[in-house]
Design a protein around this ligand. Sequence first.
Ligand code: T46
Length: 144
Amino acid sequence: MTDQKSVSNGFVRLVDLPVVSDPRGDLTFVEGMKHVPFDIRRVYYLYNVPVDAERGGHAHRELEQVVFALSGSFRMKIDDGETKSEYWLRDPRKGLYINKLIWREMDSFSQGAVCMVLASRPYDESDYYRDYQDFVAASKVGPL
Ligand code: T46
């Protein structure tokens, strides 16, 4: 794991996955509770994303995720309610772990980019903060 960055109500950090390379190509694998710090309960992926699209724009009450660029690249803007940072994802061996109570926005998708996300929980709309001010308030006191 590299580039760890502590933030007030959680954290984000880059996660390095193993790679097995031979003349046939590269193979990367990921196991829950070993390479990512949770049991993987859901996998989803974004593709056919227009290069000028913006995704995200929310935070989660409880969900933890690791985000990968399986192909191409995109930018993730991270905000803990006090401090903002950004990460460019472009290496399928390197994911961005995002704890709960972190606002994220995604943009600058390259043509044909594929984003895969490993998630700690099933989809639940009630887990989302989609209003930024609600998120900031929650980030100061914990989930509302
Ligand atoms: C995140 C970024 C990286 C589902 O029905 N099931 C799912 O598992 C997901 C993720 C979404 N949906 C539905 C909910 C919405 O009606 O798909 C629609 C689009 O979801 P959303 O606007 O949340 O998609 P993104 O790309 O803005 O955000 C997603 C994740 O929601 C989010 O947790 O971190 O990808």
